[in-house]
Design a protein around this ligand. Structure first.
Ligand code: FAD
Length: 468
């Protein structure tokens, strides 16, 4: 007999609750992963993220082998077949299954089907909340309500953290003499296309990245994080998204390295912790308001907004050809690398919604289809924030001016020049708005006039917002 650890978004050996709990049974443990490219495509998961998952899993198979734990990598297609595929593995002698809980709708349906199918063959399933430091539903107001805004959520979250701290699970126990082959009828997972190879996948290397960020760079985070030309942020989002590191590991490491400054509100460490709390906040919101998964706006009145949805404008935005340098450089960063700086995500999202009057859901889907760190809760939260349809949303009448944003956050135009070679020769003075210069002829003409676009957007929102 053996226990199964079914891996999903927890692709790490350290601090892995599913593996830990499975080992607690005292039985040998088999880890399993089922690749589901059909469902991934349905979720618009970016090809680069799909490759990243596959690369990480091949690597993790070797890493777990060092602990004597076999990792069965199964090529499936759709979530709907997972129950049957796990059932086939169970026939080899499984008595229980452990997995980290996932909160999105299709994931929950998949897990319910697994529980039913495995109950029929006498295997019990255990789902463990470990995606957040505090599981969704456990950070509530004094009256037991879910927080709809971030600041009070964070205050309560920090209170709990002060009281309970954070603990990580050590590495798995060594087990020996236990091997398991993929059962007949199941296919071994394919390799990816290597499109994510710029991202290392060895767990030790990623833990080092976390350590050196917390040791050497987090002090400057608060000052550097808004400037896309500087390596001011951790760059760890892709790893957090598929769980190569856990949020708890990030918090524990931060607390250890930052010492007292961890609790000083203005310190880089505290501001970085705040970003990790945003991550938790959006997951809590997703669980409390499952309609978000069905792409409904958080603020109900905004469901009535009448979008322009001009497909040519949308295409120009996707391609980085809007004629607004900061927007275009950002979109090309996304298209070329699978990642975009947070400040730029806010700028391009605002531009799509409030300059082009395009439905935020188009942008949300495009981001998902390109991001290596695509995460439903964070992406949906970010888009709804930018579109003024979500929690904490930017008030709809506060509209980013893309040129002023560019002057503030890329003052010398270094970021713009890196991704827009056609503007390489333009000096600092004109880099944010090169159109008056004859040498900008190679570059796209502005898709809209920002001042006029702004007025159109105000009209669009005024039509659905109650006065006051
Ligand atoms: P750091 O600044 O080092 O932050 C550390 C970690 O905190 C991040 O890795 C991430 O896990 C978390 N985090 C930071 N900011 C946020 C935030 N606003 N909301 C939730 N979590 C946050 N983040 C994703 O992980 N996946 C997404 O699909 C995603 N889509 C976004 C879409 C829009 C429109 C916007 C405005 C933001 C989005 N974000 C998303 C949040 C943020 O932009 C990225 O997490 C960040 O840029 C990742 O870079 P980093 O790891 O260097 O971040």
């Amino acid at each position: 007999p053996f226990a199964m650890a079914w891996l999903r978004n927890d692709l790490r050996c350290f601090d892995n609750a599913a593996i830990y709990q499975a080992q607690q049974t005292g039985l040998p443990v088999v880890a399993i992963y089922i690749a589901t490219p059909h469902t991934w495509d349905l979720h618009q998961m970016a090809p680069i993220k799909q490759d990243f998952l596959r690369r990480r899993l091949q690597q993790m198979q070797q890493e777990l082998a060092e602990f004597g734990i076999p990792l069965l990598l199964i090529e499936g297609s759709d979530y709907r077949h997972c129950a049957q595929q796990l059932g086939q593995v169970c026939k080899l002698g499984a008595v229980s299954l452990f997995a980290q809980r996932e909160y999105e709708l299709r994931e929950q349906h998949r897990d319910q089907a697994v529980v039913r199918a495995l109950a029929d063959v006498g295997v019990d399933c255990h789902f463990i909340d470990n995606q957040c430091r505090f599981a969704p539903g456990t950070v509530l107001s004094k009256t037991g309500d879910v927080y709809k805004i971030f600041t009070p959520f964070k205050k309560t979250w920090l209170g709990k953290f002060r009281e309970l701290g954070v603990q990580c699970i050590a590495k798995p126990k060594l087990q020996s003499g236990f091997q398991l082959q993929l059962p007949q009828g199941l296919q071994a997972m394919h390799a990816g296309d290597d499109s994510s190879k710029a991202y290392p996948v060895a767990e030790a290397e990623v833990l080092n990245m976390l350590r050196s960020f917390c040791r050497e760079r987090v002090q400057d985070y608060q000052l550097a994080r808004d400037f896309p030309a500087r390596p001011g942020t951790s760059g760890l989002s892709a790893y957090l998204a598929i769980g190569v590191i856990s949020a708890q590991q990030a918090m524990a490491r931060l607390q250890l390295e930052a010492g007292d400054s961890f609790w000083h509100e203005q310190s880089g460490a505290a501001v970085w912790l705040s970003e990790l709390i945003w991550r938790e906040f959006y997951k809590h919101i997703l669980v409390a308001y499952p309609e978000l998964i069905k792409h409904q706006p958080f603020q109900k009145d905004t469901a009535a907004l009448v979008w322009g949805n001009n497909p040519q404008w949308f295409q120009r935005w996707c391609d980085g050809e809007t004629g607004y340098p900061i927007v275009d450089a950002a979109m090309r960063q996304l298209n070329q690398t699978g990642w975009m700086h947070n400040r730029l995500r806010m700028i391009v999202a605002s531009f799509l919604v409030k300059d082009l009057q395009i439905d935020w859901r188009w942008g949300e889907a495009y981001f998902m289809a390109k991001l290596i760190d695509g995460d439903f809760a964070a992406n949906n939260g970010g888009w709804q924030w930018a579109a003024s349809t979500g929690t904490d949303a930017a008030p709809y009448f506060r509209i980013f001016n893309p040129v002023t944003q560019s002057e503030r956050f890329d003052p010398n135009g270094d970021f713009i020049r890196k991704f827009l070679p056609e503007l390489a020769a333009i000096g600092n003075k004109h880099i944010h708005w090169p159109h008056p210069l004859p040498m900008s002829v190679q570059y796209a003409k502005p898709v809209v006039d920002h001042a006029k676009a702004r007025l159109r957007t105000l009209e669009m929102f005024n039509a659905v917002k109650k006065p006051g």
